[in-house]
Design a protein around this ligand. Sequence first.
Ligand code: SF4
Ligand code: SF4
Length: 305
Amino acid sequence: MNEVKNSCLGLIFDVQRYSIHDGPGIRTTVFFKGCPLKCWWCHNPEGIDSGKELMYFEYKCMHCGTCAEVCPMGAIEFDESPRVSRHLCIACGNCSAACPSDALRLVGRGYTVGELMKEIERDVLYFDNSSGGVTFSGGEPLYQHEFLLEVLKECKKMGIHRTLDTSGFAPQEVLALVADYVDLFLYDLKLIDEKEHIKYTGVSNAQIKENLRFLVNYGRAKDIILRFPVIPGINDTPDNVDDMVEFISTLKGLREIDLLPYHDVSEKYNRLDKDYKMTVHKSPSRERLMEIKRKFEDIGLYVKL
Ligand code: SF4
Ligand code: SF4
């Protein structure tokens, strides 16, 4: 009999099977909705808001106007193309269900723990054969920590390897609650200067640094891979890289940092009618990435690009 606790609902915006970049082996990556940070460069803007929202794919649109006809809120104005008044939309999904070409997609689906486990369990064989598992990403998975904890527990019971991809921005008691059920942390570090961090992400980094130190002191350093999204002109500056090196040097036992080069995702923001604040649209140069790589290697870290 299935003993899975089903009372708790999680809002998920994607479940990606056969991922190979979110931890070891072949993985299923579960993307949680909602994040307390608002990073200017965020590659998953559909994960920031904690509710369901519509994405419009213009290149798929047949300009038929059906979406406007079925909207119960009059939230879609149609004049050759549909325009969604976001403040009127109640995310009922009528328009996306009626759209003949999948040009409107309602992002975010509620899952019970049991439903999500069914998705995850589909690939257990692949996990076993590749030393893979499941990765919880987002958005910020800790933002829905009660649901996350229940799913982590179920995966642990089944012996599925569990990776948490996190900004580290959460109350420490929340992190402590889930830490024992996580095998590997992919832990983002973006900017060391607090004012800069607030400017570009909307929140202070004090809790993030404190939580990283907590995990290290808790004996989990070997289970952490740091992730540094390299954003030209924002955090690839000599000052920030030196500050990162200095901060990481105070944390004993960390072994790896992955550099994640920025790339332009303005198209995704357009699909959500969200502002893309980035004015730099180029990825960091290979040369700059190699310079940063050497800086981290000098303090004994394995650096993956
Ligand atoms: S999701 Fe519902 S309320 Fe929102 S635009 Fe579509 S039909 Fe209208
Ligand atoms: S129903 Fe779909 S294809 Fe038709 S106008 Fe709306 S978004 Fe475009």
